[in-house]
Design a protein around this ligand. Sequence first.
Ligand code: GDP
Length: 346
Amino acid sequence: MEEENDMPNELEGVALAGERPRALITGITGQDGGHLAELLHEKGYEVFGLLRGQRNARREALETEFPFINIIEADLTDQTSLIEAVLTSEPKEIYNLGAVSHVGYSFRNPQLTADITAKGVLNLLEAMRVTGYSSKARFYQASTSEMFGGLDYNRPGNGYNEDSLFHPRSPYGVAKLYAHWIARNYRESYGMFISTGILFNHEGERRGLEFVTRKITNAVANIHLGKQEFVTLGDLWPKRDWGYAGDYVRGMWQMLQHDEPDDFVLATGETHSIEEFLALAFAVVGITDWKRHVRQDKQFMRPAEVDILLGDPSKAERVLGWKREVDFAGLVTRMVRHDLDLAGRS
Ligand code: GDP
């Protein structure tokens, strides 16, 4: 005990944390929050998750699915709550996954998106600084391929990499670009260990139904079981570089274990249209004439569209040894099978 009291200030948190590393995750109720919490728990971390708002409706589900998570009530827009969250969790690693994360929603709620997705990061970084955690904790910022925008003039043939030009095409993309640069700025200005992961679309069983992949796989399961006749979508030609979220959270963790903070693209290096996704998803349940089950409606089309996203993950593969394990067909198949299981039970 005495020894601990004699420690210089900057080591206090580390000493109190003991042997078990502690991680603080924002966005714990989101897709990546769940995958990452599971991964860190398996690795022996004590996991803390920020939960927003009084009586958050998702609290019970979170406690049931992940009883090991220590929940801290805090809000990315409330600086004081973030300071308390850092002091309570004494983290070795902070993963900032919290955001308004849906592109369509961000067009309808651009100011809220800016407050949370952009300024929330600044609030959290400042909370680290005022508590002395800028030198005690490593920070991961969830950046996104939506920062690139997919326009012809800035589209490299072999995929966007860490040095490609940004041209975001939605309030979400713009807010994420601020977050990306403020994170880099704090790394450069204050020498903080901050890494950004520029992640291309990553999906899986935990994906929300508001995203096109899960909307499709959920509908395919229901159509196969005769519970639904068709699915209504927006444009079918946009192309995305879709990977599996479980592979991507492993990359986040690897970024914070690396010797140096840096920026890394995580992607599969393949791009597929929504039409291709549809064809494959329907094929899993043996439906080939899938077009008769698909309708289109303007309400699911965007004021500005990202035509095509393709990422080049070679830096992460080379420097971190990261490799995705699930390919496009594997992703679609596991999502459809999961939704068949769910739909079969209800
Ligand atoms: P995003 O890439 O982060 O915007 O992920 P989404 O899954 O929301 O959208 C992927 C692509 O699917 C975008 O080009 C959308 O315009 C397109 N899309 C077509 N129909 C739909 C739909 O019904 N819902 C959603 N979310 N996207 C759709």
